[in-house]
Design a protein around this ligand. Structure first.
Ligand code: SAM
Length: 193
């Protein structure tokens, strides 16, 4: 369809520029509607420091570990793992402002050489180098991650979830800390990845 011809026939000449601006706006809005940028499935709610410490203790984190926090917010879990245990850490976070904040927090904590924050959708990243994975997301997101984690993690890796269990199966350990539930799962010896 020739839009210019149609608009020119039905509108006074003085209104033509306005009509073209309106059409450009509509085109840009409809382009935005069709973008497929992932959005956080859950907003940033930090894990209390007392709970972070118990999560890392339950996973028995050491300096040999690589700790991945999926949905890392301000970076506190991997920063604490690096500070207290000398572990290497990777935080995966969709929100770019939180990624920047986590990087600044790591610098301030003196562990910027041990931790990395990547801006990415946690459902798409490869977690196979992790030996410990932590998650504080929605129950449905924990359940969705379960098969991917079991596919990619080596036997003996630990998964610690805050507030919601991981999905199917009993945890190896469960603790209640400061009114919050924490669940530990060990990837079984026979796990074929
Ligand atoms: C409840 S907060 C937990 C933050 C941090 N792990 C902690 O325990 O303090 C969940 C975080 O996951 C992030 N998030 C949600 N959906 C995500 C996705 N698909 N990929 C990456 N990050 C995501 C949110 O932006 C938010 O920062």
């Amino acid at each position: 369809m020739n839009c210019r011809a149609t608009v020119s026939r039905s509108l006074p000449a003085a209104l033509l520029p306005l009509a073209f601006v309106a059409m450009a706006l509509l085109a840009s809005l409809s382009a935005q509607e069709t973008t497929t940028e992932p959005r956080p499935g859950v907003h940033f709610v930090p894990t209390m420091n007392s709970v972070v410490e118990v999560m890392l203790d339950m996973a028995e984190v050491t300096s040999e570990d690589v700790v991945y926090d999926l949905g890392s917010g301000d970076g506190r879990i991997v920063i604490t793992a690096a500070q207290r245990y000398g572990a290497r850490g990777v935080g995966v976070e969709l929100d770019p402002e939180l990624v920047e904040r986590a990087r600044a927090n790591a610098l301030e904590a003196g562990v910027a050489d041990k931790v990395t924050f990547v801006q990415a959708d946690l459902f798409t990243i490869d977690v196979s180098e992790a030996t410990v994975v932590t998650m504080y997301l929605l129950a449905s997101m924990h359940a969705r991650m379960q098969p991917k984690l079991l596919r990619e993690l080596a036997p003996g890796s630990r998964i610690v979830t805050h507030r919601f269990p991981m999905g199917e199966g009993e945890p190896d350990q469960k603790k209640r800390v400061s009114g919050r539930d924490v669940y530990l799962y060990r990837v079984p010896a026979g796990n074929a990845r």
